[in-house]
Structure formats: structure tokens, C-alpha cells
Ligand binder design. Structure first.
Ligand SMILES: CC(C)(COP(=O)(O)OP(=O)(O)OC[C@H]1O[C@@H](n2cnc3c(N)ncnc32)[C@H](O)[C@@H]1OP(=O)(O)O)[C@@H](O)C(=O)NCCC(=O)NCCS
Length: 179
């Protein structure tokens, strides 16, 4: 669990599940996530798996809650992806009504700090479908830079992706510059 200026980053609760399912069924949200709307059962299973991973490993794609009113905004955090077994990735997914407020960047910056301080990781990666410019902008805002292009595979389908990265050294330098 982490707190930022505007957000609470925490495991999923049962009362998040309807809003989580709604965003996972939104074709605009899912456009670069396999372009398939998820069923309520699939959405619930992701939340359950996130909470299991958080208990087991202290990482995961946790819920994002707005502190002023308790609204569930979406989810984000550190995950282990099959295409990068030696590194953690950072990711984000918000309900469409909550785009455009800097929430994804604020949550991601906090999880990055966790990765480089508590977990002492040497680097963190992020990847997305090449045309997903909104996601790439989040990567850039948290200090990540282009690493390489890749063809990745998810659920049996391949897609063109961009991979961004940031090292602990670069992150510490950037944090220092902002003091
Ligand atoms: C990717 C995604 C999370 C980006 O959302 P986003 O709202 O653009 O990103 P942020 O939450 O960081 O918000 C940044 C925007 O808020 C604006 N903003 C407003 N108030 C702000 C504030 N207080 N602080 C920072 N930014 C602020 C920024 O200017 C920026 O706007 P712009 O896009 O017009 O430049 C969102 O598009 C999404 O959920 N997409 C679907 C799922 C997905 O594809 N996830 C990635 C898979 S790899």
C-alpha cells in the first residue's frame, strides 16, 4: 500500500470490482491490450490474481483510489511479464473518465520509487503497442527512455511493441535534479 499526494495505491477490494469490470469492458481502454473486452469473470480473476501476487511478492498491478472521495480510478504497478523474465515492468490502466489528470503518472512515479528504493532493482522496463502514444507519454513523464522495438506475444497473438527503460542510477540522478 502506498500513498501519493492525490492517490492511495492498494490491493483490490470487492467494491472495486464493478468499476474494474466496466473499464475492462471498455473497447477504448482495451484497444492496445489485446483489443478484447473482458468479461466480469475475467476482470474479477485479474483482481484476485493481483492480490495474491501482492501478498506473495509485494508487487502487482494494484488498485488506484482517489483520496479526496475514495473513487476507484483504475490500476497500475510493477508486474512480471513473460517476455522479460529478468526484469519487472511498470504499467497502468485507468477508466476513460479519469484520463487527462496525471493520475497514471503519479501512481507510476510512486511504484518506480518503490522499485528503486525498497526493492533496490537495477532497472525497470515498460512496454506497449507501438501506436499507444498515451502510454508512451506516461513512460517519458516518469523519466523512462526508449530502449528498443520488439515483437511481443500475448495470448497467442504477436504485436509490435516499444520497450522503454530506466536504470536506478538514472532515476537517482533525476530525483536529485528535482530536489
Ligand atoms: C495510458 C493511460 C493510463 C494514460 O492516461 P493519461 O490520463 O493520458 O495519463 P496521466 O494520468 O499521466 O495524465 C496525463 C495527462 O493529464 C494532464 N494533467 C492534468 N492535470 C495534471 C496534473 N495535475 N499532473 C500531471 N498531469 C496532469 C497532462 O497534461 C496529460 O495530458 P495530455 O495527455 O493532454 O498531455 C490511459 O490512456 C489508459 O488507461 N489507456 C488504456 C489502457 C492502456 O493502454 N494502458 C497501457 C497499456 S501498456
Amino acid at each position: 500500500m502506498r500513498t501519493t499526494a492525490r492517490l492511495l495505491l492498494r490491493p483490490f477490494r470487492d467494491d472495486d470490482l464493478p468499476a474494474w469490470a466496466e473499464l475492462n469492458a471498455d473497447p477504448e481502454v482495451m484497444r492496445y491490450l489485446g483489443d478484447k473486452s473482458l468479461s466480469r469473470a475475467e476482470s474479477d480473476e485479474i483482481a484476485a490474481a493481483v492480490n495474491r501476487q501482492y501478498v506473495a511478492e509485494g508487487i502487482g498491478f494494484l488498485a488506484i483510489e482517489r483520496r479526496t472521495d475514495g473513487a476507484f480510478l483504475g490500476a497500475g504497478g510493477l508486474t512480471r511479464e513473460p517476455w522479460h523474465p529478468d526484469d519487472l515492468e511498470i504499467g497502468w490502466r485507468l477508466a476513460r473518465v479519469h484520463w487527462g489528470h496525471g493520475y497514471a503518472t503519479e501512481a507510476a512515479a510512486s511504484w518506480l520509487a518503490y522499485a528503486f528504493t525498497d526493492l533496490d532493482l537495477p532497472r525497470v522496463l515498460a512496454s506497449t503497442d507501438t501506436p499507444n502514444t498515451k502510454s508512451v507519454e506516461v513512460m517519458k513523464r516518469i523519466g523512462m527512455t526508449f530502449d528498443h522495438n520488439a515483437v511481443l506475444e500475448a495470448d497467442g497473438e504477436t504485436f509490435d511493441a516499444v520497450v522503454y527503460s530506466i536504470t536506478q542510477e538514472a532515476w537517482r540522478g533525476a530525483v536529485q535534479d528535482n530536489v
